[in-house]
Write a new protein. Structure first.
Lengths: 113, 114
């Protein structure tokens, strides 16, 4: 079946260091979405990438969508303690008249002050 | 204040009992979804509904049932047939299920079955 693999599963960084999480899909995606889940919270939408090779920035966060629309990355520059949480990618495929989201397992980010 | 509400936040049940989790949205969204989240794993789709009185099975529907009698409401019943019901259950909605729209999540219900 369709899968979205996400690595790493867990990352510790010192405050100020950079952080990157990667997603890879077994199939071509319509688009990819990124969500953040704070500890004890629920996923909150961050961004959606649609075009091949697309790059979007939100302050210190940079999102990329691969040329083949099968992989994506999220890079955080100079992490802060407020960045703590689990980051999920979710690939969207169109199947049976419905846009299905397939979530990666998430990357849990811990930031040490 | 628009959003999705789920109740209760924590739920405890004995094995063999059915339990219904509530999900209500006032965002006027057509599509609603139920996901299950287990520790260290992503979200897995249980059921989804694109419109009132219509719903489809997701990837892990066995042992669960839903209804969509009103646009605002999409309750999930965890039946005694579900082998490992203890999990964090998340309800979500989106404008519709056909377009490329983000999903809005409720705060979740943490179900523990002993």
């Amino acid at each position: 079946g369709q899968q979205v693999m996400q690595i790493p599963q867990y990352q510790h960084v010192q405050e100020g260091e950079d952080f990157t999480t990667y997603c890879n899909s077994s199939t071509t995606l319509s688009n990819i979405q990124w969500y953040k889940q704070r500890p004890g919270g629920h996923p909150v939408f961050l961004i959606q990438l649609v075009k091949s090779g697309e790059v979007k920035k939100q302050k210190r966060l940079t999102f990329q969508f691969g040329e083949a629309k099968k992989n994506s990355s999220l890079h955080i520059t100079a992490t802060q303690t407020t960045d703590v949480g689990t980051y999920f990618c979710a690939g969207q495929i169109y199947s049976g008249g419905y846009n299905k989201l397939i979530f990666g397992a998430g990357t849990r980010l811990a930031v040490h002050p | 204040d628009g959003g999705i509400t789920q109740s209760p936040k924590y739920l405890f049940r004995k094995e063999g009992q059915n339990v219904t989790l509530s999900c209500e949205q006032n965002l006027n969204h057509d599509a609603m979804y139920w996901y299950r989240q287990d520790p260290g794993q992503g979200l897995r789709l249980i059921y989804y509904s694109q419109i009132v009185n219509d719903f489809q099975k997701g990837d892990i529907a066995e042992g669960y049932s839903v209804s969509r009698e009103k646009k605002e409401s999409f309750p999930l019943t965890v039946t005694s047939a579900q082998k490992n019901p203890t999990a964090f259950y998340l309800c979500a909605s989106s404008i519709d299920g056909r377009g490329s729209y983000e999903q809005y999540f409720g705060p979740g219900t943490r179900l523990t079955v002993t």
